[in-house]
Ligand binder design. Structure first.
Ligand SMILES: Nc1ncnc2c1ncn2[C@@H]1O[C@H](COP(=O)(O)OP(=O)(O)OP(=O)(O)O)[C@@H](O)[C@H]1O
Length: 237
């Protein structure tokens, strides 16, 4: 479903952020993307979402070469994706219902059908009772759940989440992870970047690790992975 073939990414004036990276992600997988700050995790997610283009190499999404898509085709590609960021990107002058309905309105879905879908999405993340609340009145974990509702309301087949638990304490983070696992259980492909290499050592999910521009799939518990984990632990404790 997602194929990178010898992908290199350099921003104007930058060194190579990603170097000759190849991997495949199949429909329905749950993949963690790890690496230190600045390693290129967000860059890789942006290449998948076609908000950035590779400098060289090929990115195929559902067999479509992203670099060869006409600009008019990009919005259709993006409908496959639900995007979730660490900083939510919520609209603070609109209530929860209005935040979640926005992607539907952009896609021309309005009226009762839109309202039904918004309430279903809010329900999935446990926020149906907050539909009229303004985002600023929600806790950090609730705001992140609202961002997830907005990302899934268009029923994307792929969720790209960029450190969605980064600002949250452990219990909120566990709630958010449970929501992502629930979506994955019903067939949604989930690709999630995280600093939390420690947490990942407990997971059975596939891990793609970026280090100095190259990609590896560490077998969990390998020396490098643990060294980096303890560095993160020292930094955050
Ligand atoms: N638009 C841009 N122009 C130039 N350089 C950029 C741009 N976006 C990112 N970079 C650089 O690319 C590198 C990788 O950034 P990226 O945001 O992908 O890393 P990351 O692994 O997601 O980091 P973090 O965990 O801190 O969010 C960094 O050195 C960053 O400064």
């Amino acid at each position: 479903m997602i194929q990178f073939d010898k992908v290199t990414k350099r921003y104007p004036g930058s060194d190579e952020i990603l170097k000759n990276i190849s991997f495949n992600i199949n429909a329905g997988e749950f993949v963690f993307l790890t690496g230190q700050s600045g390693a290129g995790k967000s860059t890789l997610l942006k290449l998948i979402a076609a908000t950035e283009r590779p400098t060289s190499g090929t990115v195929l999404i559902a067999n479509q070469n992203v670099s060869q898509l006409k600009p008019s085709a990009i919005p259709f590609l993006r409908r496959r994706f639900g995007l979730i960021f660490q900083d939510h990107k919520l609209l603070y002058d609109r209530n929860c219902f209005e935040n979640v309905i926005l992607p539907l309105h952009i896609n021309g879905i309005t009226g009762q059908e839109a309202a039904k879908r918004v309430r279903a999405a809010l329900d999935k993340v446990g926020l149906l009772h907050k539909e009229k609340a303004m985002p600023i009145t929600l806790s950090g974990g609730e705001q992140q759940r609202l961002a997830i509702a907005r990302a899934v309301v268009s029923r994307p087949s792929i969720l790209l989440a960029d450190e969605p638990t980064g600002n949250l304490d452990a219990s909120y983070a566990a709630d958010i992870m449970a929501i992502f696992y629930a979506f994955n259980q019903v067939g949604v492909t989930v690709i999630m970047s995280t600093h939390d290499a420690l947490g990942m050592s407990a997971t059975q999910n596939r891990v793609l690790h970026i280090n100095q521009g190259t990609l590896s799939e560490p077998s969990l518990g390998t020396t490098n992975f643990n060294q980096e984990s303890s560095a993160i632990e020292r930094f955050t404790s």
